[in-house]
Ligand binder design. Structure first.
Ligand code: ZN
Length: 79
């Protein structure tokens, strides 16, 4: 069982959450072209190691938050 630390509800079973995705720098809407948006939306780095991710606590407070997760060990840390 994997526990995720919701900032508002505390540690809960990962089944209560929905993975949103890796966080990163969003392209500037005023200057970004279709290729830049496509790359931002569909191509992810998929690193082996610590990755900053967004999660949604759908079965709890219904809020979004970010955390860091190690993609090999599933260790979680907040920053
Ligand atoms: Zn919560």
């Amino acid at each position: 069982m994997m526990l995720l630390p919701c900032p508002w509800c505390g540690a809960r079973n990962a089944g209560e959450f929905r993975y949103v995705g890796e966080t990163g720098t969003r392209p500037d809407p005023a200057t970004a072209g279709p290729e830049q948006w496509r790359r931002h939306l569909y191509f992810h780095v998929n690193l082996r190691g610590w990755v900053r991710e967004s999660w949604y606590h759908g079965s709890g407070c219904r809020r979004y938050f970010t955390l860091e997760r190690h993609t090999v060990t599933n260790e979680v840390r907040t920053s």
